[in-house]
Design a protein around this ligand. Structure first.
Ligand code: PLP
Length: 400
């Protein structure tokens, strides 16, 4: 009997929870379910588990001290807390009202930045260059001693570019501002060392690294001004109230540990698979283009973003879905809207081309067979869609 072929190629949207992470979490639901803030034995046991997970996580991200790690409910909460909390508290400490975010940030950063504008902050949306990278000299041109916060993501979730965060943090510090990075797509996938790169804050999310959904973390270097978003019982050193999700946090720490163990070998394996995806797609169809630099030092191993000109991304996505293949057009977090991706527009990709972009993202369980299946199935789908597309005929009528 022939087994049905399928391919999950959307690991940047989310990942399955690794069985080893489930095994690590399970006892903290079934047996050690105490509230880590209670003073009696069950509480003290849960507190010890929580603090061990914090130590392990802090070591994994290169924090100088475990107290610099605050567990949250998701990456979005970490982003919101960092942007609003540092801008408000920094200003209260006498810093200015200027905030810089890159134009290719996740909505978790762009929305609180919009809120800051409404509250009277002056927000600059720094554009990357066409290669998808934010350059330190471009940041230097817009910061001043009025700049309280700069937030630039480490790895972009749509095009996979890696920002030079050490240099960007240094430029921010030259004017006395604080530097935050959204590292949701980077930890465990590219090297990340908070203390060594000299950043002040960073956001993380468990479900991008084979951990559970609904668990996040915020790194806040000691001394960084911060006003909490969630106030209440004062948990997490008064920086994030709410009873901690102990099992989820244990899972997050375990997930990071596994990612770091595998990082060197996975980088090599996934780079080869990603390069095969790019070569297989661009080599078999005319009028295709890769978005963002593919330079090894500036591009993560697991993401490829390819424009297939003259075709609607959503049409490709649905036809691929019919064949059991999951990919994304633009960011999964903003899917449901047919707006062209703000990331692709920001790097100069025209709206009509951005509509035809596919994000293919690979992960721990991706096999060469899955990649070959995509490369086999996609060209006939594109050919059919292009044959029916008046846009494609107008663009490339004579060439194809
Ligand atoms: N930041 C980036 C770069 C992301 O890719 C995502 C999720 O797609 C988030 C933040 C939000 O994380 P969460 O889903 O945990 O809220």
């Amino acid at each position: 009997m022939e087994t049905e072929r399928s391919a999950f190629l959307d690991y940047s949207a989310t990942t399955p929870v690794d069985q080893r992470v489930i095994d690590a979490m399970m006892p903290h639901w079934t047996e050690g379910w105490g509230n880590p803030n209670s003073l009696y034995r069950q509480g003290r046991d849960a507190f010890r588990v929580l603090e061990a997970a914090r130590e392990s996580f802090a070591a994994g991200i290169g924090a100088a001290n475990p107290t610099e790690v605050i567990f949250t409910g998701c990456g979005t909460e970490s982003d919101d807390s960092a942007v609003l909390g540092i801008a408000h508290a920094g200003m209260a400490k006498g810093k200015g009202r200027h905030v810089v975010v890159s134009a290719i940030e996740h909505k978790g950063i762009l929305e609180p930045a919009k809120l800051l504008s409404k509250q009277g902050f002056d927000v600059t949306y720094l554009k990357p260059r066409e290669d998808g990278l934010v350059y330190p000299e471009d940041l230097r041109a817009v910061v001043s001693d009025e700049t309280v916060l700069v937030s630039i993501m480490h790895v972009n979730n749509e095009i996979g570019t890696i920002a030079p965060i050490a240099e960007l943090a240094a430029v921010t510090h030259e004017v006395g501002g604080y530097f935050h990075t959204d590292a949701v797509q980077s930890i465990g996938k590219v090297p990340f060392d908070a203390a060594a790169v000299g950043i002040d804050a960073a956001s993380f999310s468990a479900h991008k690294i084979y951990g559970p959904k609904g668990v996040g973390a915020l790194y806040l270097k000691r001394g960084t001004p911060f006003e909490p978003l969630l106030i209440g019982g004062g948990q997490e050193s008064k920086k994030r109230s709410g009873t901690q999700n102990v099992a989820g946090i244990v899972g997050f720490a375990k997930a990071l540990e596994l990612m770091l163990e595998d990082l060197p070998a996975e980088t090599v394996r996934l780079t080869a698979l990603r390069d095969r995806v790019v070569a297989g797609i661009t080599g078999s169809m005319p009028n295709t283009m890769v978005n963002g630099t593919m330079d090894a030092a500036s591009h993560t191993s697991n993401i490829a973003n390819i424009v297939i000109k003259g075709v609607e991304g959503e049409s490709m996505l649905l036809q691929l879905d019919n064949r059991g293949i999951a990919v994304s057009t633009g960011s999964a977090c903003s899917s449901g809207s047919l707006e062209p991706s703000h990331v692709l527009l920001a790097i100069g990709c025209p709206a009509e081309l951005a509509h035809g972009s596919l994000r293919i993202s690979l992960g721990r369980f991706t096999t060469a067979e899955e990649v070959e299946y995509l490369i086999e199935v996609l060209p006939p789908i594109v050919e059919r869609l292009r044959a029916m597309s008046p846009v494609y005929a107008k663009m490339f009528g004579d060439e194809s």
